[in-house]
Ligand binder design. Structure first.
Ligand code: GAR
Length: 210
């Protein structure tokens, strides 16, 4: 199983989707740690309820990004995780952190990248007036919301819809595609070709065509 650490800053509904799939026996991950940078993150409660190890490291307790990320690296290694799942983690990661888990950090973003990168993806798309938006799971590189795209889902914007309703509908799709992307990663099926991610056939399919 893929040994993951989930980093979250807030509600943790994507974490919940991962916990639920795992509990359902359809997600081959070992959730070694849920790490939050805010003490009031509801994600911590969700992890505890599922019996998953948690750690709260408030970034405000550290003098700079580098020392904070070094503390996270240490905690993640100690927990035995080697793959990082960002689930509403609202801080930029340093190059030091990304090099420590090179090619093994994934993120979910509430828009169709490269449109509406940044911390307000869903709200920015709503304010812009696009008629189609959605969500993106991608590998993380050193540029914000920029790394290779693993999977995207489309969400049409309903006329007159407010931003909260739109966010909720994007969340529904996030909760589908994030566990799916993780399962592909766990199966070793995500192959990088330049910046294009290709999905290799599953073992089952390979066996059937052999
Ligand atoms: C999700 O919509 C995720 O795409 C977004 O934060 C939300 C977290 O929700 N992430 C970003 O905007 C990253 N730039 P959750 O805490 O309920 O999973």
């Amino acid at each position: 199983a893929l040994k993951i650490a989930v980093l979250a800053s807030g509600n943790g509904s994507n974490l919940q989707a991962i916990l639920d799939r795992h509990a359902g026996g359809v997600l081959d991950v070992d959730i070694r740690l849920v790490l939050c940078n805010r003490a009031n993150a509801h994600a911590l409660e969700r992890a505890k309820a599922a019996g998953v190890q948690t750690l709260c490291l408030p970034h405000v307790d550290f003098p700079d990004r580098e020392s904070f990320d070094l503390a996270m690296i240490e905690a993640i290694r100690k927990a035995g995780a080697d793959t990082i799942v960002l689930a509403g983690y609202m801080r930029l990661l340093t190059p030091t952190f990304l090099q420590a888990f090179a090619g093994r950090v994934i993120n979910i973003h509430p828009a169709i990248l490269p449109a509406f990168a940044g911390v307000r993806g869903a709200a920015d798309a709503h304010a812009y007036g696009v008629k189609l938006t959605g969500c993106t799971v991608h590998f993380v590189d050193e540029i914000m919301d920029h790394g290779p795209v693993i999977v995207q889902a489309a969400v049409p914007v309903n006329p007159e819809e407010d931003v909260e309703t739109l966010k909720q509908r994007i969340h529904v799709m996030e909760h589908r595609i994030y566990p799916q992307a993780l399962q592909w990663l766990a199966e070793g099926r995500l192959v990088l070709d330049g910046r294009v991610v290709r999905l290799a056939p599953s073992d089952r399919k390979r066996a059937a065509t052999a």
